[in-house]
Ligand binder design. Structure first.
Ligand code: HPA
Ligand code: ZN
Length: 337
């Protein structure tokens, strides 16, 4: 087996993937048709151009256009099912999927029906491919903390399979501190708390995030690579980082993969996971993320497997599930090498 084939066969756990960001070009064509959206795209080739970004704000703009094509709660079932099908194709055993509820509730879609639709997609994909999935809700920072509280109200009424909250969306100009009450309340509700941070803004927001939000994991955190004190602090607090290497290249958060801070994070004692973020929108998959780390940053199969194990350990699965998965990962790895 070639190194690439072995990497593809490694068992994996995805901690950071957006359901809408997992919309394949052919599925977007279906959404455009089904919703009657006024978009000038008719082929997969057209959409390959559409899925190219000059920077992070431009990516969020395109992401928001895709959101507009989701006009029925039931659309989520297919998006979720296909996301999990692609993940299973990369030997991902468990997914923690991100759903930005207010992107749709703000336009009149029903939260409870969307959660049902997502969970239907999950159940079918688990039955067909064996992969499991839980939901983390992105409060989307640019909507502000008042909307964040409304989303928490919705979760309080219907929490089926929802295990965590997050703040993604725009970063520059939207500091984390105002979300303190939302995070405190989410913790009281028994939810795990994560924050996208240091992707579209600098280290000051990461410091502020640590102080006010006290996240259990940080998404991206690329800016932290410039600040040794910050990396030491993140390590001392035992906060893992969800790295999304190809995403960071596509949005320009990192100039070149050889300059990605993932190794520096690990050298400072921070546990990392490797994730695909918005896979078709960034032309990536979990397999590709791992292969890129091997080809561009010299990660060995052993190091990549260690990242998979750390992703299980720092996941939000219960202790019994973690133990079961760790055993399964070890057995599959033993058969591979
Ligand atoms: N960052 C912030 N918000 C997002 C992203 C991301 O990578 N993907 C979808 N929404
Ligand atoms: Zn993300």
């Amino acid at each position: 087996m070639s190194v690439e084939e072995t990497i593809k066969a490694l068992p994996k756990l995805e901690q950071h993937v957006h359901i809408v960001g997992s919309t394949k070009p052919e599925t977007l064509l279906w959404l455009i048709e089904d919703s009657g959206a006024d978009l000038p795209y008719e082929s997969v080739e057209d959409l390959e151009q559409f899925y190219r970004y000059k920077d992070f704000p431009h990516f969020l703009n395109i992401y928001s256009t895709v959101n507009c094509t989701i006009t029925k709660e039931s659309h989520y079932e297919r998006l979720t099912y296909e996301m999990m099908q692609s993940q299973a194709g990369c030997n991902v055993k468990h997914v923690e999927a991100i759903y930005s509820a207010w992107d749709h509730v703000g336009r009149g879609l029903d939260f409870s029906l969307m959660v049902d639709s997502i969970n239907r997609g999950i159940r079918k994909a688990t039955r067909d491919f064996g992969v499991t999935c839980t939901i983390r809700i992105d409060l989307v920072r640019n909507y502000g903390p008042e909307v964040g509280m409304k989303v928490l109200d919705l979760i309080e009424e219907k929490s089926d399979n929802i295990i965590a909250i997050d703040t993604g969306g725009s970063e520059e100009g939207f500091p984390p501190a105002p979300y303190k009450e939302c995070y405190d309340r989410a913790r009281e509700m028994g939810l795990h708390v994560v924050a996208h941070q240091g992707e579209g803004a600098g280290t000051d927001y990461i410091w502020e995030c640590l102080e006010y939000l006290n996240p259990e994991r940080i998404g991206h955190a690329v800016a932290a690579g410039e600040d040794t004190e910050l990396m030491k602090t993140i390590a001392a607090k035992g906060i893992p980082i969800e790295c999304c290497p190809v995403s960071n290249i596509r949005t320009g958060a990192v100039k070149d993969l050889s300059r990605h801070p993932i190794r520096s994070f690990m050298d400072h004692g921070i546990k990392v996971s490797v994730n695909s973020d918005d896979p078709p929108m960034f032309g990536t998959t979990m397999n590709n993320e791992y292969i890129q780390l091997h080809q561009k940053l010299g990660f060995t199969i052993e190091e990549l497997f260690k990242i998979s194990l750390d992703a299980v350990e720092t996941s939000f699965l219960c202790v019994e599930e973690k133990e079961r998965l760790l055993k399964q990962f070890q057995m599959e790895y033993a058969r591979l090498i």
